[in-house]
Write a protein that binds this ligand. Structure first.
Ligand SMILES: [Zn+2]
Length: 302
């Protein structure tokens, strides 16, 4: 039975013991495939086409207002996925997204999920991947990431992203929190059907769905963020062919140069993460790109 517990929040409870899972979507309102997939999943539980055999699920449609406007965040608002830091949650919320972050935390605090998977898609072209804060072979996270098809895990053990996102709110409290980038929003393969199947697989693989078994994808490329290249000049230009997300580069590779011809070269082998390719996103004192390296890990899934 599906029960609406607040705006954009629903619980399905099997009544039997089992996992407590939260699936969230639409933190960014223009990420259509996860939004349509999540809404479809809620509808199928509502009409009884899907049912749980164990445990319970909380669904969160995080930012319906931004989704209605088909914008990343609502008019005059801010990025909701920067509103889950303790310092933001501690102050009186003023903007829509700040208020919404408080509401979402209330849903999480009352439901107490053990696992949260937050479904996104990317603005820039690239393959799907997942991000989480604990190290790349953290066993509790690996159980869940094995249920997601993407072949790349990007871990952020030093919280370089800042502990600001919904998945980090979970993982900094000792629970499983995963941000799943389901692919590029312009990729014809990034469909609601594809994302829906992945959402269902999380529940099936957790043994919660009647008559379904989950698929497992334990083989992953495991990366950990270890550094950043900070912008300290003006008019940075990337070299041709350099600056793709998850692009591996050898030590000594030139990334590009500032307007005064000062070069930026990486000092060690690294994989680029979230390069700021668009000049309007480059900000002095902020990362030009984050750097990750492959981890050999010690998990049993290798
Ligand atoms: Zn997003």
């Amino acid at each position: 039975m599906l029960k609406e517990i607040g705006s954009g929040a629903w619980i399905v409870d099997s009544g039997a013991p089992g996992s407590r899972v939260c699936l969230s979507f639409g933190v960014h309102g223009n990420e259509r495939a996860p939004i349509d997939a999540g809404k479809r999943l809620v509808e199928r539980f509502e009409c009884g086409e899907l049912s749980l055999t164990s445990g319970s699920v909380l669904f969160v449609f995080a930012n319906p207002r931004a989704a209605e406007e088909n914008q990343r965040w609502s008019d005059g608002g801010v990025d909701l996925n920067r509103c889950f830091h303790a310092s933001v949650l501690a102050r009186e919320p003023a903007l829509h997204e700040e208020k919404r972050a408080h509401e979402i935390i209330r849903f999480l605090e009352s439901f107490e999920p053990e696992v949260l998977v937050d479904f996104h898609c990317t603005v820039e072209p690239g393959d799907r991947f997942m991000i989480h804060h604990p190290c790349a072979d953290d066993p509790a996270h690996a159980q869940v990431t094995a249920l997601l098809e993407a072949g790349v895990i990007l871990a952020d053990p030093e919280l370089r992203f800042g502990g600001v996102s919904l998945d980090e709110w979970m993982s900094t409290r000792g629970r499983v929190g995963i941000c799943y980038e389901t692919g590029w929003m312009g990729d014809p393969a990034n469909t609601p059907e594809a994302v829906y199947a992945e959402m269902v697989n999380v529940l099936a693989g957790s043994g919660m769905l009647d008559g379904r078994e989950g698929n497992s994808y334990p083989e992953k490329r495991r990366l950990e963020l270890f550094s950043a290249v900070t912008c300290d000049g003006k008019d940075f230009i990337w070299d041709p062919g350099i600056g793709e997300n998850l692009q591996p580069l050898a030590a000594g590779t030139r990334l590009g140069a500032y307007g005064d011809e000062r070069e930026v070269v990486i000092g060690e082998d690294a994989t680029l993460v979230f390069p700021k390719k668009r000049p309007e996103l480059v900000e002095r004192g902020k990362p030009l790109v984050l750097l990750a390296r492959e981890t050999n890990g010690g998990s049993g899934s290798q």
